[in-house]
Design a protein around this ligand. Sequence first.
Ligand SMILES: NC(=O)c1ccc[n+]([C@@H]2O[C@H](COP(=O)([O-])OP(=O)(O)OC[C@H]3O[C@@H](n4cnc5c(N)ncnc54)[C@H](O)[C@@H]3O)[C@@H](O)[C@H]2O)c1
Length: 370
Amino acid sequence: MQSIGVGLIGTGYMGKCHALAWNGVKPVFGEGPKPRLVHLAEVSAGLAARRAEEFGFERSTGDWRALVADPEVEVVSITTPNAFHAEMAIAALEAGKHVWCEKPMAVTLTDAERMAAAARNSGRITALGYNYIQNPVIRHIGKLLEEGAIGEVNHVRFEMDEDFMADPEALFYWKSEASSGYGALDDFGVHPLSLVLVLFGGVARVMARLAKPYAERPMRDGGRRAVETWDIASVLFELRSGVSGVMALNRSAWGRKGRIALQIFGSKGTISYDQERMNEFQLYASGDRATEQGFRTVLAAPAHPPYDRFIPAPGHGLGFNELKIIECHEFCNAIAGRPARIIGFAEGLEIERSVHAMAQSHREDQWISV
Ligand SMILES: NC(=O)c1ccc[n+]([C@@H]2O[C@H](COP(=O)([O-])OP(=O)(O)OC[C@H]3O[C@@H](n4cnc5c(N)ncnc54)[C@H](O)[C@@H]3O)[C@@H](O)[C@H]2O)c1
Protein backbone atom coordinates (compact mmCIF):
# COMPACT_ATOMS: atom_id res chain seq x y z
CA MET A 1 0.00 0.00 0.00
CA GLN A 2 1.68 3.24 -1.19
CA SER A 3 -0.86 5.70 0.20
CA ILE A 4 -3.99 5.67 2.34
CA GLY A 5 -6.97 8.00 1.86
CA VAL A 6 -7.93 9.81 5.08
CA GLY A 7 -11.26 11.38 6.08
CA LEU A 8 -11.54 13.57 9.20
CA ILE A 9 -14.86 14.38 10.92
CA GLY A 10 -14.66 17.23 13.44
CA THR A 11 -11.87 19.80 13.76
CA GLY A 12 -11.93 20.95 17.40
CA TYR A 13 -9.30 20.02 19.98
CA MET A 14 -9.04 16.38 18.90
CA GLY A 15 -9.68 17.05 15.21
CA LYS A 16 -6.57 19.22 15.02
CA CYS A 17 -4.67 16.55 16.99
CA HIS A 18 -5.66 13.83 14.47
CA ALA A 19 -4.76 16.14 11.56
CA LEU A 20 -1.30 16.73 13.09
CA ALA A 21 -0.90 12.97 13.54
CA TRP A 22 -1.84 12.17 9.94
CA ASN A 23 0.57 14.87 8.77
CA GLY A 24 3.35 13.69 11.10
CA VAL A 25 3.23 9.89 11.00
CA LYS A 26 5.22 9.38 7.79
CA PRO A 27 8.04 11.87 8.56
CA VAL A 28 8.44 10.39 12.07
CA PHE A 29 8.19 6.67 11.34
CA GLY A 30 9.21 6.51 7.68
CA GLU A 31 7.66 3.13 7.01
CA GLY A 32 4.00 2.53 6.14
CA PRO A 33 1.65 4.13 3.64
CA LYS A 34 1.76 7.87 2.98
CA PRO A 35 -1.48 9.42 4.29
CA ARG A 36 -3.39 11.31 1.61
CA LEU A 37 -5.66 13.86 3.30
CA VAL A 38 -8.73 13.47 1.12
CA HIS A 39 -11.89 14.75 2.80
CA LEU A 40 -12.81 16.79 5.89
CA ALA A 41 -16.28 17.26 7.45
CA GLU A 42 -17.53 19.89 9.88
CA VAL A 43 -20.94 21.21 10.96
CA SER A 44 -21.05 23.74 8.13
CA ALA A 45 -19.57 23.82 4.63
CA GLY A 46 -17.86 27.17 5.41
CA LEU A 47 -16.08 25.93 8.53
CA ALA A 48 -15.14 22.67 6.78
CA ALA A 49 -13.60 24.58 3.84
CA ARG A 50 -11.56 26.82 6.19
CA ARG A 51 -10.24 23.86 8.18
CA ALA A 52 -9.51 21.81 5.04
CA GLU A 53 -7.32 24.64 3.79
CA GLU A 54 -5.52 24.93 7.16
CA PHE A 55 -5.07 21.17 7.74
CA GLY A 56 -4.18 20.32 4.13
CA PHE A 57 -7.25 18.29 3.04
CA GLU A 58 -8.18 18.12 -0.65
CA ARG A 59 -11.95 18.62 -0.25
CA SER A 60 -14.50 19.39 2.44
CA THR A 61 -18.16 19.06 3.30
CA GLY A 62 -20.79 20.24 5.78
CA ASP A 63 -22.34 16.75 5.63
CA TRP A 64 -20.27 13.94 7.20
CA ARG A 65 -22.28 11.33 5.26
CA ALA A 66 -20.77 12.64 2.01
CA LEU A 67 -17.30 11.97 3.47
CA VAL A 68 -18.28 8.42 4.48
CA ALA A 69 -19.63 7.81 0.94
CA ASP A 70 -16.40 9.06 -0.69
CA PRO A 71 -14.72 6.05 -2.38
CA GLU A 72 -11.26 7.65 -2.01
CA VAL A 73 -11.59 7.74 1.78
CA GLU A 74 -10.19 4.50 3.24
CA VAL A 75 -9.93 5.46 6.93
CA VAL A 76 -12.12 7.81 8.94
CA SER A 77 -10.97 9.78 12.00
CA ILE A 78 -13.99 10.58 14.20
CA THR A 79 -13.34 13.48 16.57
CA THR A 80 -16.86 14.76 17.20
CA PRO A 81 -18.63 14.95 20.60
CA ASN A 82 -19.40 11.58 22.22
CA ALA A 83 -23.06 11.48 21.17
CA PHE A 84 -22.07 11.15 17.47
CA HIS A 85 -19.47 8.37 17.77
CA ALA A 86 -21.79 5.37 17.36
CA GLU A 87 -23.74 6.64 14.36
CA MET A 88 -20.64 7.87 12.50
CA ALA A 89 -18.44 4.85 13.29
CA ILE A 90 -21.10 2.31 12.29
CA ALA A 91 -21.84 4.17 9.03
CA ALA A 92 -18.11 4.32 8.19
CA LEU A 93 -17.58 0.61 8.95
CA GLU A 94 -20.62 -0.32 6.87
CA ALA A 95 -19.12 1.70 4.01
CA GLY A 96 -15.95 -0.44 4.31
CA LYS A 97 -13.68 2.15 6.00
CA HIS A 98 -11.22 1.56 8.84
CA VAL A 99 -12.18 3.73 11.83
CA TRP A 100 -10.10 5.69 14.36
CA CYS A 101 -12.61 7.06 16.87
CA GLU A 102 -12.06 9.28 19.87
CA LYS A 103 -12.89 8.06 23.36
CA PRO A 104 -15.24 7.30 24.98
CA MET A 105 -16.49 4.73 22.51
CA ALA A 106 -20.18 5.63 22.95
CA VAL A 107 -22.59 7.08 25.46
CA THR A 108 -24.66 3.93 26.05
CA LEU A 109 -23.48 0.35 26.43
CA THR A 110 -25.96 -0.70 23.74
CA ASP A 111 -24.32 1.68 21.25
CA ALA A 112 -20.84 0.45 22.21
CA GLU A 113 -22.01 -3.13 21.62
CA ARG A 114 -23.44 -2.12 18.23
CA MET A 115 -20.09 -0.52 17.33
CA ALA A 116 -18.17 -3.66 18.33
CA ALA A 117 -20.58 -5.81 16.28
CA ALA A 118 -20.22 -3.49 13.25
CA ALA A 119 -16.43 -3.71 13.53
CA ARG A 120 -16.55 -7.51 13.74
CA ASN A 121 -18.93 -7.80 10.76
CA SER A 122 -16.95 -5.36 8.61
CA GLY A 123 -13.58 -7.04 9.11
CA ARG A 124 -12.10 -3.51 9.18
CA ILE A 125 -9.57 -2.20 11.71
CA THR A 126 -10.78 0.01 14.55
CA ALA A 127 -8.84 2.06 17.09
CA LEU A 128 -10.01 4.22 20.00
CA GLY A 129 -8.27 7.43 21.08
CA TYR A 130 -6.51 6.01 24.14
CA ASN A 131 -3.35 8.04 23.54
CA TYR A 132 -1.86 7.67 27.04
CA ILE A 133 -1.11 3.95 26.50
CA GLN A 134 1.27 5.10 23.73
CA ASN A 135 3.61 7.10 25.97
CA PRO A 136 7.08 5.48 25.73
CA VAL A 137 7.29 5.87 29.53
CA ILE A 138 4.05 3.90 30.02
CA ARG A 139 5.31 1.24 27.61
CA HIS A 140 8.49 0.96 29.64
CA ILE A 141 6.55 0.71 32.90
CA GLY A 142 4.69 -2.24 31.29
CA LYS A 143 8.06 -3.84 30.46
CA LEU A 144 9.30 -3.34 34.04
CA LEU A 145 6.13 -5.02 35.38
CA GLU A 146 6.62 -7.97 33.01
CA GLU A 147 10.24 -8.30 34.12
CA GLY A 148 9.15 -8.32 37.78
CA ALA A 149 11.15 -5.17 38.60
CA ILE A 150 8.83 -4.43 41.55
CA GLY A 151 7.92 -8.06 42.28
CA GLU A 152 4.28 -9.10 42.67
CA VAL A 153 1.90 -6.15 42.28
CA ASN A 154 -0.33 -5.83 45.37
CA HIS A 155 -2.19 -2.52 44.87
CA VAL A 156 -2.73 0.10 42.15
CA ARG A 157 -3.93 3.67 42.57
CA PHE A 158 -5.03 6.07 39.82
CA GLU A 159 -5.98 9.72 39.97
CA MET A 160 -7.15 11.81 37.00
CA ASP A 161 -7.80 15.49 37.62
CA GLU A 162 -8.19 18.65 35.55
CA ASP A 163 -9.70 22.04 36.37
CA PHE A 164 -11.66 22.99 33.24
CA MET A 165 -14.93 22.64 35.20
CA ALA A 166 -13.55 23.93 38.52
CA ASP A 167 -14.99 27.44 38.19
CA PRO A 168 -18.60 27.33 39.41
CA GLU A 169 -19.34 29.89 36.67
CA ALA A 170 -17.75 27.83 33.83
CA LEU A 171 -20.26 27.73 30.96
CA PHE A 172 -22.69 24.86 30.47
CA TYR A 173 -21.61 22.98 27.29
CA TRP A 174 -21.87 19.56 25.66
CA LYS A 175 -19.89 17.87 28.42
CA SER A 176 -22.52 19.10 30.92
CA GLU A 177 -25.31 17.33 29.00
CA ALA A 178 -26.48 13.77 29.72
CA SER A 179 -26.16 13.11 25.97
CA SER A 180 -22.34 13.13 26.51
CA GLY A 181 -22.53 10.35 29.14
CA TYR A 182 -22.04 10.31 32.92
CA GLY A 183 -19.30 12.99 33.13
CA ALA A 184 -16.00 12.24 34.88
CA LEU A 185 -16.50 8.49 34.43
CA ASP A 186 -16.59 8.33 30.64
CA ASP A 187 -14.70 11.59 29.99
CA PHE A 188 -11.82 10.74 32.36
CA GLY A 189 -12.26 7.25 33.84
CA VAL A 190 -11.81 5.58 30.46
CA HIS A 191 -8.19 6.82 30.28
CA PRO A 192 -7.01 5.15 33.54
CA LEU A 193 -9.07 2.13 32.46
CA SER A 194 -7.13 2.00 29.18
CA LEU A 195 -3.93 1.88 31.26
CA VAL A 196 -5.44 -0.82 33.48
CA LEU A 197 -6.25 -2.83 30.33
CA VAL A 198 -2.74 -2.70 28.82
CA LEU A 199 -0.80 -2.97 32.10
CA PHE A 200 -2.97 -5.37 34.14
CA GLY A 201 -5.58 -6.95 31.84
CA GLY A 202 -8.88 -5.46 33.01
CA VAL A 203 -11.24 -4.95 35.93
CA ALA A 204 -13.41 -7.60 37.66
CA ARG A 205 -15.59 -5.65 40.19
CA VAL A 206 -16.26 -2.03 41.05
CA MET A 207 -17.80 0.12 43.80
CA ALA A 208 -18.32 3.76 42.83
CA ARG A 209 -19.71 7.06 44.08
CA LEU A 210 -20.36 10.01 41.72
CA ALA A 211 -20.65 13.66 42.77
CA LYS A 212 -21.88 16.87 41.16
CA PRO A 213 -20.07 19.88 42.71
CA TYR A 214 -22.23 22.52 40.97
CA ALA A 215 -25.94 21.88 40.34
CA GLU A 216 -26.29 24.45 37.57
CA ARG A 217 -24.11 26.49 35.22
CA PRO A 218 -24.55 29.69 33.16
CA MET A 219 -25.55 29.39 29.48
CA ARG A 220 -23.60 31.21 26.76
CA ASP A 221 -26.70 33.16 25.74
CA GLY A 222 -27.81 34.00 29.27
CA GLY A 223 -29.80 32.15 31.93
CA ARG A 224 -28.71 29.03 33.77
CA ARG A 225 -29.21 25.31 33.15
CA ALA A 226 -29.15 22.30 35.47
CA VAL A 227 -25.93 20.25 35.06
CA GLU A 228 -26.75 16.71 33.92
CA THR A 229 -23.33 15.04 34.43
CA TRP A 230 -21.12 14.21 37.45
CA ASP A 231 -17.72 15.96 37.47
CA ILE A 232 -16.35 13.79 40.30
CA ALA A 233 -16.10 10.00 40.75
CA SER A 234 -14.52 7.88 43.50
CA VAL A 235 -14.07 4.22 42.68
CA LEU A 236 -12.82 1.11 44.48
CA PHE A 237 -12.09 -1.79 42.14
CA GLU A 238 -10.58 -5.23 41.87
CA LEU A 239 -8.45 -6.32 38.94
CA ARG A 240 -9.12 -9.67 37.29
CA SER A 241 -5.96 -10.88 39.04
CA GLY A 242 -7.64 -10.10 42.40
CA VAL A 243 -5.35 -7.12 43.12
CA SER A 244 -7.17 -4.15 44.70
CA GLY A 245 -7.28 -0.67 43.20
CA VAL A 246 -8.53 2.86 43.76
CA MET A 247 -9.47 5.43 41.12
CA ALA A 248 -10.26 9.08 41.89
CA LEU A 249 -11.53 11.38 39.10
CA ASN A 250 -12.27 15.11 39.20
CA ARG A 251 -12.92 17.56 36.34
CA SER A 252 -13.30 20.43 38.80
CA ALA A 253 -9.94 20.13 40.60
CA TRP A 254 -8.42 23.64 40.73
CA GLY A 255 -4.72 23.60 39.87
CA ARG A 256 -4.69 20.20 38.21
CA LYS A 257 -4.17 20.64 34.46
CA GLY A 258 -3.66 17.16 33.07
CA ARG A 259 -2.99 14.88 36.00
CA ILE A 260 -3.14 11.14 35.43
CA ALA A 261 -1.23 9.92 38.44
CA LEU A 262 -0.48 6.25 38.75
CA GLN A 263 1.09 4.39 41.65
CA ILE A 264 1.84 0.67 41.38
CA PHE A 265 2.90 -1.00 44.60
CA GLY A 266 4.69 -4.36 44.49
CA SER A 267 6.46 -6.82 46.79
CA LYS A 268 9.88 -5.45 45.77
CA GLY A 269 9.20 -1.80 44.98
CA THR A 270 6.93 0.92 43.67
CA ILE A 271 6.47 2.68 40.33
CA SER A 272 4.99 6.15 40.18
CA TYR A 273 4.02 8.26 37.14
CA ASP A 274 2.06 11.45 36.44
CA GLN A 275 0.94 12.57 32.97
CA GLU A 276 1.62 16.22 33.98
CA ARG A 277 5.28 15.17 33.92
CA MET A 278 4.88 12.70 31.07
CA ASN A 279 8.60 12.45 30.26
CA GLU A 280 9.63 10.82 33.51
CA PHE A 281 8.69 8.13 36.02
CA GLN A 282 9.84 7.19 39.51
CA LEU A 283 11.10 3.78 40.56
CA TYR A 284 11.70 2.63 44.13
CA ALA A 285 13.53 -0.69 44.41
CA SER A 286 13.60 -2.30 47.86
CA GLY A 287 16.80 -4.11 46.84
CA ASP A 288 18.81 -0.86 46.79
CA ARG A 289 21.30 -0.36 49.64
CA ALA A 290 19.59 1.04 52.75
CA THR A 291 21.94 4.03 52.66
CA GLU A 292 20.65 5.12 49.23
CA GLN A 293 17.06 3.88 49.28
CA GLY A 294 14.61 6.30 47.74
CA PHE A 295 12.69 6.99 44.54
CA ARG A 296 14.91 7.51 41.50
CA THR A 297 13.58 9.65 38.65
CA VAL A 298 14.13 8.25 35.17
CA LEU A 299 13.83 10.64 32.22
CA ALA A 300 12.38 9.48 28.88
CA ALA A 301 15.15 8.67 26.42
CA PRO A 302 15.85 6.94 23.09
CA ALA A 303 16.18 3.73 25.18
CA HIS A 304 12.37 3.90 25.60
CA PRO A 305 11.00 3.29 22.09
CA PRO A 306 9.49 4.88 20.11
CA TYR A 307 10.92 8.06 21.73
CA ASP A 308 13.96 7.47 19.48
CA ARG A 309 11.83 8.01 16.35
CA PHE A 310 11.23 11.64 17.38
CA ILE A 311 14.44 12.73 19.15
CA PRO A 312 17.93 11.16 19.30
CA ALA A 313 18.80 12.86 22.62
CA PRO A 314 17.58 11.78 26.12
CA GLY A 315 15.64 14.08 28.43
CA HIS A 316 14.40 16.47 25.72
CA GLY A 317 10.77 15.37 26.05
CA LEU A 318 7.77 14.40 23.93
CA GLY A 319 4.37 16.13 24.08
CA PHE A 320 0.69 15.18 24.03
CA ASN A 321 0.36 15.54 20.25
CA GLU A 322 3.24 13.14 19.73
CA LEU A 323 1.33 10.41 21.59
CA LYS A 324 -1.31 10.80 18.87
CA ILE A 325 1.32 10.38 16.13
CA ILE A 326 2.39 7.11 17.80
CA GLU A 327 -1.27 6.04 18.04
CA CYS A 328 -1.73 6.83 14.34
CA HIS A 329 1.33 4.73 13.50
CA GLU A 330 -0.01 1.79 15.53
CA PHE A 331 -3.37 2.12 13.73
CA CYS A 332 -1.53 2.01 10.36
CA ASN A 333 0.42 -1.05 11.58
CA ALA A 334 -2.85 -2.83 12.34
CA ILE A 335 -4.25 -1.93 8.91
CA ALA A 336 -1.08 -3.36 7.33
CA GLY A 337 -1.54 -6.60 9.33
CA ARG A 338 1.47 -5.95 11.58
CA PRO A 339 1.47 -6.30 15.41
CA ALA A 340 -0.03 -3.12 16.86
CA ARG A 341 -0.61 -1.61 20.28
CA ILE A 342 -4.14 -0.26 19.89
CA ILE A 343 -7.40 -0.62 21.76
CA GLY A 344 -9.95 -1.50 19.07
CA PHE A 345 -13.72 -1.63 19.48
CA ALA A 346 -13.67 -5.23 20.81
CA GLU A 347 -11.22 -4.38 23.64
CA GLY A 348 -12.81 -0.94 24.08
CA LEU A 349 -16.07 -2.65 24.97
CA GLU A 350 -14.30 -3.99 28.12
CA ILE A 351 -13.62 -0.39 29.18
CA GLU A 352 -17.22 0.60 28.48
CA ARG A 353 -18.51 -2.31 30.57
CA SER A 354 -16.35 -1.11 33.49
CA VAL A 355 -17.67 2.46 33.16
CA HIS A 356 -21.31 1.38 33.07
CA ALA A 357 -20.72 -1.00 36.00
CA MET A 358 -19.37 2.01 37.97
CA ALA A 359 -22.49 4.05 37.16
CA GLN A 360 -24.69 1.11 38.15
CA SER A 361 -22.75 0.77 41.41
CA HIS A 362 -23.46 4.44 42.19
CA ARG A 363 -27.18 4.00 41.45
CA GLU A 364 -27.54 0.77 43.43
CA ASP A 365 -25.03 1.57 46.19
CA GLN A 366 -23.28 -1.81 45.94
CA TRP A 367 -20.32 -3.68 44.35
CA ILE A 368 -20.99 -4.62 40.70
CA SER A 369 -19.21 -7.34 38.70
CA VAL A 370 -18.03 -6.15 35.29
N1 LIG B 1 -7.96 11.32 23.57
C1 LIG B 1 -8.00 12.37 24.34
O1 LIG B 1 -7.08 12.60 25.14
C2 LIG B 1 -9.14 13.34 24.21
C3 LIG B 1 -9.02 14.66 24.68
C4 LIG B 1 -10.10 15.53 24.51
C5 LIG B 1 -11.26 15.08 23.90
N2 LIG B 1 -11.35 13.79 23.48
C6 LIG B 1 -12.59 13.28 22.82
O2 LIG B 1 -12.63 13.84 21.51
C7 LIG B 1 -13.98 14.09 21.13
C8 LIG B 1 -14.11 15.54 20.72
O3 LIG B 1 -13.71 16.35 21.79
P1 LIG B 1 -13.09 17.79 21.54
O4 LIG B 1 -12.58 18.25 22.85
O5 LIG B 1 -12.20 17.75 20.36
O6 LIG B 1 -14.41 18.59 21.18
P2 LIG B 1 -14.51 19.99 20.39
O7 LIG B 1 -15.82 20.55 20.83
O8 LIG B 1 -13.26 20.78 20.55
O9 LIG B 1 -14.57 19.53 18.86
C9 LIG B 1 -15.65 18.82 18.33
C10 LIG B 1 -15.75 19.21 16.85
O10 LIG B 1 -16.75 18.38 16.23
C11 LIG B 1 -17.50 19.20 15.35
N3 LIG B 1 -18.80 18.57 15.11
C12 LIG B 1 -19.85 18.45 15.97
N4 LIG B 1 -20.87 17.82 15.36
C13 LIG B 1 -20.46 17.52 14.11
C14 LIG B 1 -21.07 16.89 12.98
N5 LIG B 1 -22.34 16.42 13.07
N6 LIG B 1 -20.37 16.77 11.83
C15 LIG B 1 -19.09 17.25 11.74
N7 LIG B 1 -18.47 17.88 12.78
C16 LIG B 1 -19.14 18.01 13.93
C17 LIG B 1 -17.60 20.52 16.10
O11 LIG B 1 -17.98 21.60 15.24
C18 LIG B 1 -16.19 20.66 16.66
O12 LIG B 1 -15.31 21.29 15.75
C19 LIG B 1 -14.83 13.72 22.35
O13 LIG B 1 -15.37 12.45 22.16
C20 LIG B 1 -13.85 13.74 23.50
O14 LIG B 1 -14.21 12.85 24.55
C21 LIG B 1 -10.31 12.93 23.59
